[in-house]
Design a protein around this ligand. Structure first.
Ligand SMILES: [Zn+2]
Length: 259
């Protein structure tokens, strides 16, 4: 009797270990769960058998995101991006084990869209937000490059730089069209943030018109933008900079007030 119980426990543990290892392997290598794929330049896009993908319309979006990321100091021309359209795939549930309620996520070398994408209009529609698909894709690509350059262990779930550096830089790269628009002015953007009342910016903030994001995405973006465009720092230097977030923020506000 005892032996049977022991064997059962050992068997259960072994099964649990194998199942966990299997799930972890799938998070890194989910290709087998997707029936279809297409290659385009530096991208491979994976999707379900029954998913009707408009490849013609998707290509300029992939090109647009690539052009944004190309300007980043982390750009690596040899890098290949794997994009998974997972909203109607079992993989969506598996990768959700990592936590977080997100529209898209970069894990290791994979970019996963967890919500359906509107390729024709270059948008993602979510909770009243209409989100620029090119910008989201570029943002996730920068995460892949961060991990590619600095290592998965330094840019992973367990260990990563402060959130404003982790998320601010991908936003800075991905929002280039907005930052280049004629009416855009960093000083006005800082002012918009500091003059917003607390409830308006406590958790989320309108990062670009029509898109509310967790506040640190926006705050991180303007801080990275200030350090790079006004102070001439590289992302590498920003990562090495030991100053506290609030010290950098205060310096930025002082700069704004001097203008
Ligand atoms: Zn991000």
């Amino acid at each position: 009797m005892k032996k049977t119980i022991k064997r059962t426990i050992v068997g259960t543990l072994l099964f649990a270990t194998m199942a966990t290892a299997g799930l972890v392997a799938l998070i890194f290598y989910p290709q087998s769960l997707f029936a279809n794929k297409f290659d385009y330049n530096q991208f491979t896009v994976y999707y379900n058998k029954d998913y009707k993908i408009d490849k013609e319309a998707f290509q300029p979006i992939l090109d647009g995101a690539y052009r944004l990321v190309e300007k980043s100091e982390l750009h690596n021309p040899d890098f290949k991006y794997k994009v998974f359209l997972a909203h109607n795939n079992i993989f969506n549930k598996i990768e959700s084990l990592q936590g977080g309620d997100v529209l898209a996520r970069a894990t290791a070398w994979n970019i996963v869209f967890k919500t359906d994408i509107d390729i024709k209009n270059n948008r993602i529609h979510s909770g009243g937000n209409s989100i620029d698909l090119t910008a989201i894709l570029a943002h996730e690509m920068v995460h892949i490059l961060q991990a590619g350059k600095y290592g998965l262990l330094n840019f992973g779930l367990l260990k990563h730089p402060p959130m404003w550096k982790l998320e601010g830089y991908p936003e800075y790269v991905a929002r280039r069209a907005y930052l280049n628009s004629e009416t855009y002015d960093l000083r006005k953007e800082i002012q918009r943030f500091i003059s917003a009342d607390i409830p308006t910016k406590q958790e989320s903030f309108e990062a670009v018109p029509g898109h509310f994001m967790p506040t640190y995405y926006f705050k991180g973006r303007i801080m990275v933008e200030y350090l790079m465009d006004q102070k001439g720092m590289s992302y590498d230097e920003i990562l090495k900079d030991q100053r506290a977030e609030e010290a950098v923020f205060k310096e930025m506000v002082d700069w704004m007030n001097e203008q």
